[in-house]
Write a protein that binds this ligand. Structure first.
Ligand code: ADP
Length: 235
C-alpha cells in the first residue's frame, strides 16, 4: 500500500477540520478526493505532504511514517498545492533546476529536459514563469511535482481555472502519470472524476462519508450521475 492513513485528525481550536479519517491508496490507481469547500481536503493533503502537523492519528507513505520519517517521505511525494505558488520572476528551467537541486538529483539538466517534454512545456520552456498562461503555469507546477520521480502524487485541484483544451491535456497527463504511481487528486468537477479516477473518497465536515471504487459507488447508487451521489453524501 502506498498511502495508509489511520484516524488522522487536524483541529483548529474547537473546529475539527479533519476528524479521524482512515483510508488507503494503491499504486497504479487514481484516487479522487471529493468534498464541498471547507470539507478538509487541502488540510488532509497538507498533512500527508508534511506541511501541516496532524493533531492526532497516523499516516504512512510507502511504509514510512509521515512524522518520524518526514524527510524520506518528502522524497517519495510530489505535491501540487492549490494555487501553485511559483516564483514568477524565475525562468522555467531555472525554477526546475532550483527544485531539482533541493532533491540533490543527478544528471539534472537531462531530467529537466525530460520533464519539460513530459508535461508539454517545450514551446514555453525559455520563458519566465510570470509570462506563462494559467495552463502552462500548471504544467510547471506538475513538472516540479514529478521531477524527482516520486511514487506518490498529491494534486490539489490541478485543473482549476484551466480552459477546456488545457483541461483535456492536463487530465491526459495525470492519467498517464497514474499508470505507475499512486495519485490522489482533489477536484470539484465530477466529469473529471468520471474521466480519470479509479477510486473515490467523499469527505464532508472533516469526516469520510463514502469510500469506494468509482464503479462500486455508481453501482451501489443505481448508476445515478456522480453529481447526485455527491449531493446525497454531502447535504
Ligand atoms: P477544503 O480543501 O476541503 O476546501 P480545507 O482543508 O481548506 O477544506 O479547510 C477545512 C476547514 O478548516 C475549513 O473550515 C477551513 O476554514 C478550516 N481551516 C483551514 N486552514 C485553517 C487555519 N490555518 N486556521 C483555522 N482554520 C482553518
Amino acid at each position: 500500500m502506498s498511502i495508509s492513513v489511520r484516524n488522522l485528525s487536524k483541529h483548529y481550536d474547537k473546529q475539527k477540520a479533519v476528524d479521524s479519517i482512515s483510508f488507503e491508496a494503491k499504486p497504479g490507481r487514481i484516487l479522487g478526493f471529493l468534498g464541498p469547500n471547507g470539507a478538509g481536503k487541502s488540510t488532509t493533503m497538507r498533512m500527508l505532504t508534511g506541511y501541516l502537523k496532524p493533531t492526532s492519528g497516523e499516516a504512512e507513505i510507502v511504509s514510512k511514517n509521515i512524522i518520524t520519517h518526514a524527510l524520506e517521505v518528502k522524497n517519495h511525494i510530489g505535491y501540487l498545492p492549490e494555487n501553485t505558488p511559483l516564483y514568477t520572476d524565475m525562468y522555467v528551467k531555472e525554477f526546475l533546476s532550483f527544485v531539482g537541486q533541493t532533491y540533490q538529483l543527478k544528471n539534472l539538466s537531462k531530467r529537466i529536459a525530460e520533464v519539460i517534454e513530459l508535461v508539454g512545456l517545450t514551446p514555453e520552456q525559455h520563458k519566465k514563469i510570470g509570462m506563462l498562461s494559467k495552463g502552462y503555469r500548471q504544467r510547471v507546477g506538475l513538472a516540479q511535482a514529478i521531477i524527482h520521480n516520486p511514487d506518490v502524487l498529491i494534486l490539489d485541484e490541478p485543473t482549476s481555472g484551466l480552459d477546456p483544451n488545457q483541461l483535456v491535456d492536463i487530465r491526459a497527463l495525470i492519467t498517464e502519470l497514474g499508470r505507475n504511481k499512486t495519485v490522489i487528486i482533489s477536484t470539484h468537477i465530477m466529469q473529471e472524476v468520471e474521466a480519470i479516477c479509479d477510486d473515490i473518497i467523499i469527505i464532508n465536515k472533516g469526516k469520510i462519508v463514502a469510500s469506494d471504487s468509482l464503479m462500486g459507488i455508481k453501482k451501489a447508487n443505481n448508476d445515478s450521475p456522480l453529481e447526485d451521489i455527491f449531493r446525497k453524501f454531502t447535504v
